[in-house]
Structure formats: C-alpha cells, structure tokens
Design a protein around this ligand. Structure first.
Ligand code: BJW
Length: 232
C-alpha cells in the first residue's frame, strides 16, 4: 500500500474565500511582510500584527471547507496506506473538512502562544497585544504563527514521512517559501512519485514528475478518485 504525503498552501483555501499571499491583490500586496510576519515586526508594533491575525481569524471562521479539503479527508479515510497532510495554512479548513492526520507547519490562527513559557491555549477571536498567559501570567501572548526566520513546526515528523512516501503531492502553493518549497526535492531523493496540483506551475514546478493544472475544487477530487480507484 502506498504512503502519501500532501503539502498544501493558500491555493487550496482560495475557493473558500480565503486570500492567498502572492496573488496580485493578495495579502502581501496589502501588507508589508516585514511588518506583519516577522518577530521584528511584532516587537516593533504588536498591535498591528495582532490585528492582522484577528482579521484573518475572523475570515477563516466565516469560511467553509471546500471540495478539495473534503476530498483529502476522504483519501485519508479510504486509502489503505498512510496519508499525511502537511499544511502551510493557518486556517482550520482541513480539520473542519475531516482531515485528522494533519500537521500545521506554519502554526494556527486558533492557537495562542506564550513568548515567555511557550504554553499554548485556544486563541480568543480578538487577541490583544499584552494578553496574559494563563499558565505563567506573563503579558507575553502572541499568535501561534511561524514567522520568517522562525523554525516551522514538526519538521522531524515531516521529513520522516517524506522519507517513507511513495507519492508526494503539493497543492496550491507557489513554491517561494522554504523549507516547504524544498520538500519536492527531498521526496524525489527518497524515490517518491511527485505531483504538483495548482492553477499554474509554481516556482519549483520543474522539479515535479507530473502537474495537474486547474482549480483545486476540481483537480483534487478527481486526483483522489483516481488514487482510490487504482487501489494502490
Ligand atoms: C490555486 C488556486 C486554486 C490559487 N486552486 N491553486 C533558502 C532555504 C531555506 C530557507 C530560506 C532560504 N532562503 C530564505 C529562507 C528563509 C525563509 C524563506 O523561505 N524566505 C523566502 C522568501 C525565500 N523561510 C523561513 O524563514 C522559514 N523558516 C526557516 O527557514 O527556518 C529555518 C529552517 C531551515 C531549514 C529547515 C528547517 C528550518 C519560515 C517561513 C514562515 C512563512 N510564514 C508565512 C507567514 C506566516 C503564516 C501566515 O501568516 O499565514 O507563511 S509567509 C506565507 O507564505 C505563509 C504561507 O504559509 C507561505 C507560503 O505561501 P503559499 O501557501 O505558497 O501561498 P502563495 O500565495 O504564495 O501561493 C498560492 C498558490 O496557490 C499559487 O501558486 C497559486 O497559483 C495557487 N492557487 N488559487 C489551486 N483555486
């Protein structure tokens, strides 16, 4: 039975109404990355950063999982080998779509992190800069998000799964951010078949064995159906 690792990016949630980053009118066209997605930006203006994530938390709560999220949950439930979804997304549409074996490598909007003691708790819809940590009481709450220059989460587990993968698929990610953009090379080295599913080829598109181009809500269910029908 084949083991499947799937990397997802903002494109899988786009048809649920969540903005991507690098589209012409995407999040990075509206905000300076340095201001809202770096530890230095948070130290300089925590209110601005907390408000940026409060708005995105509200947008995620108002969105619903789409056919692509649900198809990946179906793959996990019905495929006989292992299926792991590694998402760069901080929304919770994969879990609400039914995925269980899931890693949020760039963190999660619904989680808060204490910068002093690293305690985690459920983020309120409206965080405030300087909120107290419920464990150590320090005024050190921050969004539980991996910013540029910080180490993405659960890298050991991810690299172990990629090392055992027979199929590696990347869905709706532009291939501009590392280490995620390097996973395809790692999977190819480990002998996996590699597939890119996107509207257009990504920055690392040439490294994949195959591409399926089109909107995720159409391409992902079709791909899942083909895997389940092959029964491999
Ligand atoms: C559709 C669609 C539809 C649209 N259907 N598709 C070289 C090597 C290693 C590291 C570096 C390096 N050079 C620099 C670095 C460091 C840096 C980095 O990568 N910088 C680059 C700018 C070059 N990386 C880091 O700092 C990371 N940490 C790190 O490297 O630690 C050291 C380390 C090294 C080695 C191993 C382990 C550790 C941390 C990165 C943190 C990224 N954070 C962000 C913001 C925080 C989260 C948040 O606020 O949400 O994460 S940046 C932003 O980009 C966000 C995303 O998760 C990430 C990826 O974006 P994504 O998902 O690809 O979105 P888009 O908008 O770019 O693309 C959307 C795609 O969807 C497009 O392709 C569309 O075509 C497609 N699409 N509609 C199908 N309907």
């Amino acid at each position: 039975m084949s083991n499947i690792v799937i990397l997802t990016g903002a494109g899988i949630s786009a048809e649920s109404g969540i903005e991507t980053f690098r589209a012409e009118t995407g999040l990075w066209a509206q905000h300076r990355v340095e201001d809202v997605a770096t530890p230095e930006g948070f130290a300089c203006n925590p209110e601005l950063v907390v408000d940026f994530y409060n708005a995105r938390r509200a947008a995620a709560a108002a969105a619903a999982p789409n056919a692509a999220h649900k198809a990946l949950a179906r793959l996990e439930a019905e495929h006989k080998g292992k299926v792991l979804v590694v998402t760069q997304n901080v929304d919770d549409l994969h879990e609400r779509g039914g995925s269980c074996n899931l890693v949020h490598m760039h963190g999660a909007l619904n989680s808060a992190l204490c910068a002093t003691c690293e305690h985690r708790w459920t983020a309120p819809m409206e965080m405030r800069a300087g909120d107290a940590c419920p464990s150590c009481n320090a005024a050190a709450a921050r969004p539980d998000i991996v910013w540029f220059g910080e180490m993405p989460y659960q890298m050991d587990l991810i690299f172990e799964a990629i090392g055992e993968a027979d199929i590696f698929a990347a869905i709706g990610t532009s291939g501009n951010v590392y280490p995620a953009a390097g996973f395809v090379a790692e999977a190819a080295r480990a002998g996996a078949h590699t597939l890119e599913i996107n509207l257009e080829p990504s920055a690392v598109g040439a490294q994949f064995d195959k591409a399926l181009l089109g909107p995720a809500t159409k391409t992902v269910p079709a791909w899942v159906e083909s895997i389940l029908r092959a029964g491999a």
